[in-house]
Ligand binder design. Structure first.
Ligand SMILES: *[C@@H]1O[C@H](CO)[C@@H](O)[C@H](O)[C@H]1NC(C)=O
Ligand SMILES: *[C@@H]1O[C@H](CO)[C@@H](O)[C@H](O)[C@H]1NC(C)=O
Ligand SMILES: *[C@@H]1O[C@H](CO)[C@@H](O)[C@H](O)[C@H]1NC(C)=O
Ligand SMILES: *[C@@H]1O[C@H](CO)[C@@H](O)[C@H](O)[C@H]1NC(C)=O
Length: 379
């Protein structure tokens, strides 16, 4: 367990004192940035396979409708609902376990399958459909068929926002963040059993709303709090990194999460929270990615930059460019490229009383980082 003074630091760190809001960046464009995709809808995540397939998730925060998870064909600039149109349509009376309701993320796992995170509500703030809405859908990319659906209903609540997923080394467990009802969820991938951890703990809950382009976000008239959101696992499987979207990254050894899954007396905030360490003073963040050397890339939603966090927790700016408007979930491919979907989420309907201020077309950019993905994250 951490000495108590460190715990105090962690508390200070996560609740935070009022931070100085960073400013919008109006500087020059950086020529190292390449355009990968030009889109008519906001994209909040991509993933690629070693043989060149490309998948994307569309956030639909511009008021558009249509598929949420697609395969993108770059050769003719088209895309197709993935794995099919049926999964991408949900109508009243449909089985919520067999259709995407509201996809928050997708990623190809170290097993080569596409993992789709469904928050189970058709829009941010809309009621979650229980049971069966909140789920993890595993699609086999060789057959293009859904292989397994993990029902997350038992570990989610009416105010949950199932956010994203990462895996333990060896893929025994999956870790998920709940950005609505602050906490972590550990899922045993074999049995499908799920346990919530660090529920409402200072490490998963933060006192400030998210900020972008220098302005605090609002959902309706209320400040927009987005709790435990970004997460990464170190390439050696030892560390689990996590943070609220408003920043302040913590870490905990995965062994404690894994043990707390089985051991209820470890699963209390008083005990488990003691193993949480402050890691890096990150700003309001759209998304992250981790490379083979354990560096974490973190997108600063206020200042249009990507921060690189070394494994010792020191931060440096990798790139800053006015085009990097709310870069959401990032992705590192086998060609050492960091993909940066500039989703402009803060300009979307949920944060602007139903109106979209998104400027089209939207772009997915990339930059060469000279290193590939973490092998326990994906190929
Ligand atoms: C685009 O290319 C894909 C893959 O080659 C193909 O399946 C699809 O039919 C093409 N779409 C159009 C509109 O040409
Ligand atoms: C959810 O809880 C119900 C009732 O306790 C139980 O029957 C079911 O197996 C649980 N499902 C999961 C995935 O844990
Ligand atoms: C469960 O966790 C408690 C608290 O950390 C610890 O004292 C106990 O030894 C653990 N039990 C097992 C079986 O690991
Ligand atoms: C952290 O690591 C980076 C990269 O290796 C190095 O440049 C930096 O000096 C280190 N910072 C500290 C405080 O040791």
């Amino acid at each position: 367990m951490l000495p108590s003074f460190l715990r105090v630091v962690a508390l200070f760190f996560t609740f935070g004192f009022p931070q100085i809001q960073a400013q919008t960046y109006y500087g020059p464009q950086d020529p190292r940035i390449k355009t990968e995709l030009a889109l008519n809808v906001p994209c909040n995540g991509v993933s690629t396979t070693p043989d060149g397939r490309l998948f994307a998730v569309f956030a639909r925060v511009d008021g558009s409708t249509g598929p949420q998870v697609v395969e993108v064909y770059r050769e003719n600039n088209t895309f197709q609902a993935y794995p099919n149109a049926e999964w991408n349509t949900f109508e009243e009376g449909d089985d919520p376990k067999r259709h995407y309701i509201g996809v928050n993320g997708q990623r190809i796992g170290p097993d080569g399958n596409l993992w789709v995170i469904d928050k189970g509500a058709p829009a941010l703030g809309a009621p979650i459909i229980f049971p069966g809405g909140p789920k993890l859908v595993v699609v086999d990319l060789t057959t293009d068929k859904v292989k397994r659906v993990y029902d997350m209903s038992n570990a989610t609540r009416s105010n949950s926002l199932l956010d994203d997923v990462r895996f333990s080394a060896g893929m025994g467990k999956a870790y998920l963040t709940d950005a609505g009802s602050p906490g972590l969820i550990v899922l045993d991938l074999d049995s499908g059993q799920i346990v919530r951890l660090l529920d409402d703990d200072p490490s998963t809950k933060i006192g400030l709303p998210v900020s972008a382009e220098g302005t605090l976000l609002k959902l309706g008239d209320e400040p927009a709090y987005i709790y435990a959101d970004q997460l990464e696992v170190s390439p050696n499987g030892k560390w689990f990194y996590f943070q609220s979207a408003s920043g302040g990254m913590n870490r905990i050894e995965t062994q404690w999460l894994d043990n707390a899954f089985y051991n209820a007396s470890l699963n209390s905030n008083a005990v488990l929270g003691g193993f949480v360490q402050p890691y890096a003073h990150t700003p309001s963040t759209g998304g992250t990615a981790i490379d083979a050397e354990g560096n974490i890339y973190n997108s600063d939603t206020d200042s249009q930059r990507i921060i690189k966090i070394f494994p010792n927790g020191t931060m440096t700016t990798l790139v800053q460019d006015p085009r990097l408007l709310w870069v959401d979930a990032m992705w590192i491919d086998g060609d050492n490229k960091l993909w940066m979907p500039a989703a402009q989420l803060n300009r979307g309907t949920p944060f602007n009383n139903g109106e979209s201020r998104i400027v089209k077309p939207l772009y997915v950019y990339s930059i060469d980082i000279g290193v590939g993905p973490s092998p326990i994250d994906h190929d």
